[in-house]
Ligand binder design. Structure first.
Ligand SMILES: [Zn+2]
Length: 135
């Protein structure tokens, strides 16, 4: 097996950069002294991008994709925008994809509800001093 090439840059804390170097250069893009201005511009654009994402998230009332509510909100936006498109294959595909994703979300929500009921039932049982036969 070939040894994986690694950027030769050493960070302020003495650790080596673990990124892969560019082709025919010992440094990764971020640490290449010959590309410092490009890397700075890329970082600036990254900052702008994150700020823009924050603004859009507020404007669209997006809580993020790490909760069912967040995913539901994205699907609402997709469906609303999709319905506003001219009818055609693209519009129908968007609506079908949203329906498929929503179905998955409903299944997960149903499982969560059942888990909550099960946990509550188990808690009641152990409160009633009946030993649980788990494990
Ligand atoms: Zn590097």
């Amino acid at each position: 097996m070939l040894a994986r090439r690694q950027c030769v840059f050493v960070m302020a804390d003495g650790r080596a950069c673990r990124a892969g170097p560019q082709l025919e250069r010992p440094y990764c893009f971020a640490h290449d002294p010959e590309r410092a201005s490009e890397a700075a511009e890329a970082r600036r654009m990254g900052g702008l991008r994150r700020r823009k994402e924050g603004t859009i998230a507020v404007a669209f009332d997006l809580p993020g994709l790490d909760s069912a509510d967040g995913i539901r909100r994205v699907l609402d936006i997709v469906v609303a925008d999709g319905l506003g498109l001219e009818n055609g294959v693209a519009r129908l595909r968007i609506l079908i994809a949203a329906a498929t994703a929503a179905t998955g979300l409903l299944k997960v929500g149903e499982l969560e509800d059942r888990m909550t009921l099960l946990e509550a039932a188990l808690k009641q049982r152990s409160a009633a001093d009946e030993p649980l036969a788990l494990g």
